[in-house]
Design a protein around this ligand. Structure first.
Ligand code: NDP
Ligand code: CA
Length: 307
């Protein structure tokens, strides 16, 4: 039997009250592409059954719906139709944008390209606008993408702009520069399309907080972004992914939820499971379906008078 290994923190415990008010609960998660996870990642301690689609897909859906998020931002989605169908039964509507040359399509028996997806609760939000972008590096399209949606709260009429991305993976100075350039293009894309709405920008940035891209995001003048986990705990978490590949164990922070710090307050964030709870084989595992943890954050609108 699957039991979520997360600990709840603060207001996240009132998960059923969530849809009643103006609060926005967002779940950010690199779900692990089915094709890549089974054929490319070489997770050495993960049992084969844990990666079987027929089993894993329900863990993915369970992980998402158990937190009752208002908005869901996902990366490495290569089974959008399944997620769309499953999440529709729970009241969500979604959009998908694939990578132009996804590594998934080179894998035998793949299910198409992977990409980013955003889902939102239809009873809470009206969709105002959807934009997609193939991120550019020095004005040339790269293989990484972003999606942006502008949502309007059906009760209050307040708007929020949600964007998500999955930046270029792997280490090295050149790739760190590439991610920084992708990030600059991403910020320009968000700034051009937010149209005055508060922004929540989340994703798998494939960069630790010490990389240039982190400072580029945090120092963007007009967007004025903060990082939700860092605001709440005065520092980024110690890890957002923890896996053992053939080349060794990897445990670091590369996923973030950035937000307009003058327009939104962070009310609560979901704690990650401890090393002990995760277990020595790390993730993915029979208990947890991805190599990245889900980040869950509650935001409230800031009273303009208090600024
Ligand atoms: P990225 O470098 O961004 O990585 C692609 C995926 O690989 C990510 O989802 C990433 O996951 C995962 N990954 C990162 N590190 C490792 C690792 N050590 N072991 C296994 N998987 C890892 O790739 P691009 O999007 O730039 O695409 C790769 C390019 O390679 C494409 O342009 C494609 O054309 C090409 N390609 C060609 C093939 C061929 O047969 N011709 C086969 C495969 C790819 P995370 O973000 O979670 O770290
Ligand atoms: Ca991956």
């Amino acid at each position: 039997k699957f039991t979520p290994v997360h600990n709840m923190n603060g207001n996240l415990e009132d998960k059923d009250k969530n849809s009643d008010d103006e609060r926005i609960r967002i779940l950010q998660w690199n779900v692990l592409s089915q094709a890549l996870g089974q054929n490319n990642d070489s997770f050495v301690c993960c049992p084969d059954e844990a990666l079987e689609w027929k089993r894993r897909r329900y863990h993915m859906v369970q992980e998402i719906v158990s937190y009752n998020p208002d908005v869901v931002c996902l990366q490495e989605v290569d089974h959008f139709e399944f997620l769309k169908k499953a999440l529709k039964t729970q009241g969500y509507q979604g959009t998908f944008f694939p990578k132009p040359d996804s590594p998934c399509v080179y894998i035998k028996d793949n299910n198409g390209p992977d990409g980013c997806a955003i889902f939102f609760r239809e009873d809470k939000f009206k969709l105002i606008d959807t934009q997609t972008r193939i991120l550019e590096v020095w004005r040339v399209q790269s293989n990484q993408v972003a999606i942006l949606v502008t949502l309007e709260d059906r009760r209050s009429g307040k708007r929020v702009c949600i964007a998500t991305t999955h930046l270029k993976a792997r280490n090295g100075a050149l790739l760190s520069t590439l991610r920084n350039e992708q990030g600059k293009d991403l910020l320009e894309f968000v700034d051009a399309n937010a149209r005055g709405a508060p922004v929540i920008l989340c994703g798998d940035f494939n960069a630790e907080p010490t990389e240039p891209i982190y400072a580029t995001v945090m120092n963007h003048e007009s967007l004025a972004l903060g990082s939700a986990y860092s605001t709440k705990h005065n520092q980024e978490p110690s890890y957002t992914t923890w896996k053992i590949r053939e080349e060794g164990e990897v445990c670091h922070t590369i996923d973030y939820v950035f937000y307009s710090k003058d327009r939104l307050n962070v009310e609560a964030v979901l704690k990650f499971p401890t090393g002990e709870e995760i277990g020595q084989d790390r993730v993915p595992s029979l208990k947890y379906p991805s190599d990245h943890f889900s980040l869950v954050c509650d935001f409230s609108y800031r009273d303009p008078k208090s600024e």
